[in-house]
Write a protein that binds this ligand. Structure first.
Ligand code: FAD
Length: 488
């Protein structure tokens, strides 16, 4: 065994020791529960095994919630953006971020990285390689034993007495399961969808559009853009990442279009990464929370300077500020973009327009759509109109659970927890960005556990009454149960 392999093996042993010292995973403490048709119910179904889903499952396992399943529609290793459509060489976050480790030192990225590359390399590291982050996430998942079932898609959720019925789709079969609680960890786009603006003349389903117009989260064959002129809509982080990738693949030019007169300069979300905000925000009044997050969202975040430098060193890169697109068409020779300054032709276009939030519009929740409370229901019509995007975020309870929009219309809707970007208006960015992840996952797990316990309070009381642990059996003072005074 060489030194590196020995260091990795020693680190894995450290983790095993830490987990054993924490008595992880504790025994299951929930009584078995059955659906009305007699089938056993899952305690929790976690949908999505990206960064948030696997960390939520880890937090639940730490609480002894063992009767759970974790599914993801993507193949193993391709969950989330890191190995798919994230196109930056390094993470945007600083290297010391924690989250998937849930506070266990040997599970941190730093510990994982140092075991593989040494402390000196860690000290010299500037930012985390994107694929290292993916490898690290997969390692955490495996070493803490999160049982992910890949290639399983959630199709729909409906409420049934005492639980939530989930229709699942495997490659070769359909499956119906009933869970007492469901955690939707569906990703950045998981409370809505990729935002594709409705240009009047654009037909997204035409063959020309499919061949030449992409969303930045689509799979894109960048080698096909070699020698081509590319138009990029949007000037956020993903726009720069896609522009950099296209230019490095040999694109002749990338012209970026932004509505704003200049790039946003300050990432206000960075300010919010401190314990007080992450722990205290959810406890603020609706008016206070609305004020904080509509401000943060409206400010928008600048792209990391590394992403901008990556692009600006290419002669073919340019940005047109204050130039929104009015229309877009695609034909077999290219795309035509209409702005207030006329029509310009390119070979291809990439829409780096981010993800829209509109949770009730998710297909998985179609049956529950009329009942889901969103922030629009909690603020004035004027405010909801002014901040239309913020108004579409789901309005969640203290354990990330959905709320019914009309009291009494679907009380069991709170069996569904939203642990993705959609929870941001209600909780802050605790299920979207890495720094808030541990706070969020622990809060979610506590919320789930509290409710599971309360729901079973009668059964737990019976178990308490039946509990026999003859502490004094080895002593002279042991009294058998049937001989004990009932006054005790
Ligand atoms: C390009 C990009 C770069 C980012 N960089 C950073 C960064 O540097 N720092 C930072 O803090 N944050 C970053 N983020 C934000 C955030 O950390 C990531 O989006 C992260 O992946 C969020 O984890 P997640 O689990 O919510 O979503 P994901 O990792 O996307 O996981 C969601 C999973 O749900 C699955 N899924 C969805 N629907 C279903 C269904 N119906 N049935 C079954 N499975 C389903 C998907 O297959 C997916 O694997 C970045 C985001 C993006 C998009």
């Amino acid at each position: 065994m060489d030194d590196r392999s020995a260091a990795i093996a020693a680190h894995d042993a450290d983790v095993a020791r830490d987990l054993a010292r924490l008595n992880y995973p504790p025994n299951n403490w929930m009584p078995a529960t059955y659906a009305p048709d007699g089938r056993p119910m899952l305690d929790v179904l976690v949908v999505g095994a990206g960064m948030c889903g696997q960390t939520a499952a880890f937090a639940l396992l730490r609480e002894g919630v063992r009767h759970l399943r974790v599914i993801d529609s993507a193949p193993a290793g391709l969950e989330g953006p890191w190995g798919t459509f994230a196109r930056m060489p390094t993470l945007r976050s600083p290297k010391h971020i924690n989250g998937p480790d849930l506070g266990i030192p040997s599970l941190t990225f730093r510990a994982w990285f140092s075991a593989r590359h040494g402390e000196a390399t860690w000290d010299a590291l500037y930012k985390i390689d994107r694929l290292d982050w993916l490898r690290y996430l997969l390692w955490v998942r495996q070493i803490v034993g999160v049982p992910v079932e890949n290639g399983v898609r959630l199709r729909s959720l409906t409420l049934v007495p005492g639980g939530v019925q989930a229709e699942l789709e495997h490659a070769d079969r359909a499956e119906t399961v009933v869970a007492r609680r469901v955690v939707l960890a569906l990703g950045r786009d998981g409370s809505g969808e990729a935002r594709r603006l409705p240009f009047p003349s654009f037909h997204s389903d035409s063959a020309d559009a499919r061949a030449r117009v992409f969303h930045s989260s689509d799979p894109i064959d960048f080698s096909a853009l070699r020698g081509k002129h590319v138009a990029m809509l949007g000037a956020g982080s993903s726009a720069f990442d896609n522009a950099g990738t296209a230019l490095e693949a040999g694109a002749s030019s990338v012209t970026m279009y932004a509505r704003r007169p200049h790039l946003p300069q300050v990432n206000k979300s960075k300010w919010s990464v401190f314990s007080g905000f992450m722990k205290g925000y959810a406890g603020l009044s609706d008016a206070q929370r609305w004020r904080f997050y509509t401000y943060i969202l409206a400010q928008q975040a600048p792209p990391p300077h590394e992403s901008v430098l990556r692009c600006q060193k290419h002669a073919g890169f340019s940005i047109r500020f204050s130039t929104p697109w009015r229309d877009l068409t695609a034909d077999h020779t290219g795309v035509a973009i209409t702005t207030d300054h006329g029509v310009t032709r390119y070979d291809a276009a990439i829409l780096a327009t981010g993800f829209a939030v509109d949770l009730p519009a998710r297909a998985e929740l179609a049956a529950l759509r009329p009942h889901i409370a969103v922030w629009r229901d909690r603020v004035s019509t004027d405010e909801a109109t002014r901040y239309a995007e913020a108004a579409r975020f789901p309005y969640l309870g203290p354990g990330f659970e959905l709320q019914e929009n009309v009291p009494g219309s679907a009380p069991d809707i709170d069996r569904i927890h939203v642990f993705n970007w959609g929870s941001t208006m209600s909780h802050g960015a605790l299920a979207g960005d890495i720094p808030g992840l541990a706070t969020g996952a622990l809060r979610l797990a506590e919320g789930v556990v509290r409710r599971l316990f309360a729901e079973d309070a009668e059964r737990h009381y019976e178990a308490l009454a039946a509990f026999e642990d003859p502490e004094l059996l080895p002593t002279d003072y042991f009294v058998p149960r049937e001989a004990r005074s009932t006054r005790a």
